[in-house]
Every structure is written in structure tokens, then in C-alpha cells.
Design a binder for this molecule. Structure first.
Ligand code: ATP
Ligand code: MG
Length: 539
């Protein structure tokens, strides 16, 4: 009785498996049944996997990549990622046995790439380190750890009231032209000294907008740690569909090396539209708002890949800021409700606030961050603690005050404080502010140091105050930054500095400001006798 040794068994099995694979390979060639609009129906690839890369051979003998997305009983619906003009009925299609992947590596930083990793900026070849599957399974709960490190956006209204933590997913949502992209770009610019790699994914935008974004980042010295993945409106729906996954894969590359990364998806409304277009061409049955039934899954499997990994896994993080466009402020339509339910909170931008020059136009009442509070530095938590309530009381009183009834002193005080708080939370784009400076100015506003400053002068007060603090009280700012805490000693020093500064504060050149606001060119103020604003100069 011959005994089989384990090594023999395993070598026989191995042989069988290798044989099996090679047999499968040779069988897996199909033919195009029908092609058009970047979509092909393919016959004869019965073993193909969902999301497997296919190789089409076109009439010029060139190979074009495709992606199997619709697996039906006797044919496969595939999207063509490249030039489909030379693919015809009868063209050969081969399986690759590999899922869609893109090349990643440190070399993508500072570059603009297509979703398949090809350079788009004319700066030459990119050095890649590895191929990463475009779709991977998100880290499970055991591989994660809670969000506890802040991702500073540099925007006062966000870092104080809607704080974001590294590894969090926070939605930026609002109508068109309400400043959504600006918030994302400022956040990238603010990562300059924070060692966070950034990926800006542009879906279905105009090429000129992307050039603008690139210029802004370059000017701010932020391009060197940023990658732009661009699938513009001039590119195929396929490219637009793949772009967010490609951007995510680049972010994961850094996260898995223990680094911190931030990815912006601008925007997922256009991403859903591209997916809808593809799926209608693939004849998937349309559902609500004509989107295919799995459009929720489209975004959930993308966003759940944002994470903060456990220390055993290197402790890296990927923070995601998806952007969604609403129509008429309606957050209850299909894509907004989906993405709101997948993310850890939302920053809601309001067109009316934007038009009344409250910018960034964040509707603080409707904006939340469900996890970032635990990531906020203690000093900020302390000074911003009552900000949200103060502002909501202010808004409530404001609507009463409109009726013109007599107001008691306490109400007037709340109103005037509220106006100054609202003013201090406005911020120009392209000017993100370090957290210690944010703490100082919010402290000043909520402790009454601005109560005698005209709301129009609040930002001037702020900039003069910050100059003073940087020049003469650097140690106060440094203490907040380094201790991340507002100790009693720091508080006392800050109070002293604020008291002295507010006493000496004079608004800078109010005449000029009034003219600029009135839209008049400087020096051409013929009507200045009548306007009270410039009386100071004449007096
Ligand atoms: P779109 O719908 O086109 O994507 P969006 O919501 O991304 O628009 P942005 O492009 O960021 O909006 O901003 C719209 C305009 O508002 C731009 O001209 C921008 O310069 C201006 N803007 C944005 N934020 C601010 C700000 N904080 N202060 C002043 N202007 C701003
Ligand atoms: Mg935009």
C-alpha cells in the first residue's frame, strides 16, 4: 500500500491548478457584437469578472483597454476606456485576468494625470512604484482606529464649529457657484505645513477651471504635495466614472505607508451623471431620477475607503471631502440624500448667504460634523464652545427684530455680538488661517473685544490684531499652537494683549473702504460730502 506524502499531494494539486489557469486563459477571447458611444457588447467571455480589464484589438491592430461592467448570461457589457473609433463589430476582445488598476507612487505629486495615470501637464513621464486596483475592499473595523487628529481646513467657520478629523468623510454641499471648490482648495493650501498629501479629483469640469485650480495651487506653493486627477467634461463618461476611484487609490497608497492624505471629489453629482449615462447605454434598467439602482453603492464603496488605520497598520489616514451640487438648495433629492447618509457630516453652503457676501457661505445651522469634535484641539474647543448656540440665538432674535418692536438692552447686546461673530467668521478665499490665530480672533470676538468695532471693520480689526500678535506677542500664539490648550497663563496674556490693542485700534482708512464698497474707483469720490462714511477725513 503506497503512502502518498503531503509534498506529493501538494505538487499534484499545484500542477492541476496551473494547468487549469492556462486552459482558462486560452479560452478567454471574445468578439464585439455591437459598439457605440464608448460601450461594447461582447460575446464569448463567459468567465470574465466584474470590473475586469479587457483588451480590445481595433482595426489598426492597436490595443484599447475596456472594463467589463455588465455581466449577462450570453454577453458582457463593457465600457471602453480609450479611443473607440476603430473598434467594430467582430473586433477581438481578450480577458486580462486583472481588475482595473492604475499606476501609483510618489511621482504623481505635483502632477496632473488622467484616471489611468497618464500625464496631462506636459511635464514628461511619471515614475510609478506599483499598480493599485481601482476598486479595493475598504479597511474593516479592526484595521481602523477612531478619528482623533484634526484636519485643519484653515477656515474659521469650519475649524471652530464643523471640525474635521483625519480619516473623516465630510460632504461639501450647495448650489452652483456658492464657493464649494474654494473651500476645498483653501483646505489643500492649508496643508502646506501639516504634512498631508492631497489629491484633487475633477469630474466633468471645464478644462479651463482645472487650469485655474492648478494655477491657484501652484501660486500658493501647494502643487508640490498635490495630485490633480482630471476627467474633464471633454473626456469620456468612462474616464469620469473612474476618476474618483483613481484618486482614492492614490490616497490609499499614502495611507498604507503610514502617511496622511486628503482626497477631494469635485463633484459626485457629475460622477453620478456619468455613471447614469454609461448604465443607460449598457441598458441597465433606470430607477429613481433615471439613475441605475446601484448608484448608492457607487458612492458608498468609494467613501468607505476613507479611514484612519490602526497603529499596527501604520496609523496612516485618508480624509475624503466629496462635493455635491444641489438645485435650489434642495438637499432631499436623490444624490444629496444618498451622500449625506454615507458621510460623517456636511458643510452646507447657502446661495442667499453667498449673495449677501457672507463668505464662505456656510449655513451653520444645517451643517454638522459627527466625529470631528473629538479631533479638535482643546484651545479651540474651549473658545468656540458656545459659538454655535450664540449664533443660533442671534439668528432667532434677528428675525424678531425685523418687526421693528422696541428691543431691551439684553436683546440689543445679543444682536450686536451676533453681528460681530458673523462678521469674524467671514474669510477671503485663498487665505487659510493657522489654528492658533483662529483661536485668538474667535476668543476676541466672543469675549466682547469687538463689541465697539463696526461690523464692517471687523476684518480690518482682525488683520491689524493678528499683525500685532505676531509682532509683539508671538509667545501667546506659540503657546496655543504648541500646547494645543488655552492655559490660564496664556489666557491672561492674551487678555492683556487684546485689551491694549482694542484701546489703540483705529480703523484703517475708512474713506477708502467706503468707496470700494460703493463700487467707486479710489480718488473719484465726488459725492463724498453727502456720505457720512468719509466724514472722519474731512472733519
Ligand atoms: P461651481 O458650481 O461652478 O462648481 P462652486 O460652488 O465650486 O462653483 P467656487 O468656484 O468655489 O464655487 O466659487 C464661486 C465664486 O465665488 C468664485 O468666483 C470665487 O472666487 C468666489 N468665492 C468663493 N469663496 C469666496 C470667499 N470666501 N470670498 C470671496 N469670494 C469667494
Ligand atoms: Mg466648483
Amino acid at each position: 500500500m503506497g503512502r502518498l506524502r503531503p509534498e506529493e499531494i501538494s505538487s499534484i494539486l499545484k500542477g492541476a491548478i496551473t494547468d487549469y489557469e492556462s486552459r482558462v486563459r486560452t479560452e478567454e477571447v471574445g468578439q464585439v457584437l455591437e459598439v457605440g458611444d464608448g460601450i461594447a457588447q461582447v460575446f464569448g467571455l463567459s468567465n470574465v469578472m466584474y470590473q475586469e480589464m479587457l483588451e480590445f484589438e481595433d482595426t489598426r491592430g492597436e490595443k484599447v483597454l475596456g472594463l467589463a461592467l455588465n455581466l449577462e448570461e450570453d454577453n458582457v457589457g463593457a465600457i471602453i476606456a480609450g479611443d473607440d473609433r476603430h473598434i467594430q463589430e467582430g473586433s477581438t476582445v481578450r480577458r486580462t485576468g486583472e481588475l482595473a488598476s492604475i499606476p501609483v507612487g510618489r511621482g504623481v505629486l505635483g502632477r496632473v494625470v488622467t484616471p489611468l495615470g497618464e500625464p496631462m501637464d506636459g511635464k514628461g513621464q511619471i515614475d510609478f512604484e506599483e499598480d493599485r486596483d481601482v476598486e479595493v475592499v475598504a479597511p474593516g473595523i479592526i484595521r481602523r482606529q477612531p478619528v482623533s487628529v484634526p484636519l485643519q481646513t484653515g477656515l474659521k467657520a469650519i475649524d471652530s464649529m464643523i471640525p474635521i478629523g483625519r480619516g473623516q468623510r465630510e460632504l461639501i454641499i450647495g448650489d452652483r457657484k456658492t464657493g464649494k471648490t474654494s473651500i476645498a482648495i483653501d483646505t489643500i493650501i492649508n496643508q502646506r505645513d501639516q504634512d498631508v498629501k492631497c489629491i484633487y479629483v475633477a469630474v466633468g469640469q471645464k478644462d479651463s477651471s482645472i487650469a485655474g485650480v492648478m494655477g491657484e495651487l501652484e501660486e500658493a506653493g501647494a502643487l508640490e504635495y498635490t495630485t490633480i486627477v482630471n476627467a474633464s467634461a471633454s473626456q469620456s463618461a468612462t474616464a469620469q466614472y473612474l476618476a474618483p476611484y483613481a484618486g482614492c487609490a492614490i490616497g490609499e497608497y499614502f495611507m498604507e505607508r503610514g502617511e496622511d492624505a486628503l482626497v477631494i471629489y469635485d463633484d459626485l453629482s457629475k460622477h453620478a451623471t456619468a455613471y447614469r449615462q454609461m448604465m443607460l447605454l449598457l441598458r441597465r434598467p433606470p430607477g429613481r431620477e433615471a439613475y441605475p439602482g446601484d448608484v448608492f453603492y457607487l458612492h458608498s464603496r468609494l467613501l468607505e475607503r476613507a479611514a484612519r488605520l490602526s497603529d499596527e497598520r501604520g496609523g496612516g489616514s485618508l480624509t475624503a471631502l466629496p462635493i455635491v451640487e444641489t438645485k435650489g438648495g434642495d438637499i432631499s433629492s436623490y444624490i444629496p440624500t444618498n451622500v449625506i447618509s454615507i458621510t460623517d457630516g456636511q458643510i452646507f453652503l447657502d446661495a442667499d448667504l453667498f449673495n449677501s457676501n457672507q463668505r464662505p457661505a456656510i449655513d451653520t445651522g444645517n451643517s454638522v460634523s459627527r466625529v470631528g469634535g473629538s479631533a479638535q484641539i482643546r484651545a479651540m474647543k474651549k473658545v468656540a464652545g458656545t459659538l454655535r448656540i450664540d449664533l443660533s440665538q442671534f439668528r432667532e432674535l434677528q428675525s424678531f427684530a425685523q418687526f421693528g418692536s422696541d428691543l431691551d438692552a439684553a436683546t440689543q447686546a445679543t444682536l450686536s455680538r451676533g453681528e460681530r461673530l458673523t462678521a469674524i467668521l467671514t474669510q477671503n478665499e485663498g487665505e487659510p488661517m493657522p489654528v492658533e490665530e483662529q483661536v485668538a480672533v474667535i476668543y476676541a470676538a466672543s469675549n466682547g473685544y469687538l463689541d465697539d468695532v463696526e461690523p464692517d471693520n471687523v476684518l480690518d480689526f482682525e488683520s491689524q490684531l493678528l499683525d500685532r500678535l505676531r509682532d509683539s506677542h508671538g509667545e501667546v500664539l506659540a503657546a496655543i499652537r504648541d500646547e494645543k490648550e488655552m492655559s490660564d497663563a496664556t489666557k491672561q496674556k492674551l487678555d492683556e494683549a487684546l485689551a491694549r490693542f482694542s484701546e489703540s485700534y483705529r480703523p484703517l482708512d475708512t474713506g477708502t473702504i467706503a468707496n470700494v464698497v460703493a463700487g467707486e474707483p479710489e480718488g473719484e469720490a465726488e459725492s463724498s460730502e453727502g456720505s457720512g462714511g468719509s466724514g472722519e477725513q474731512g472733519g
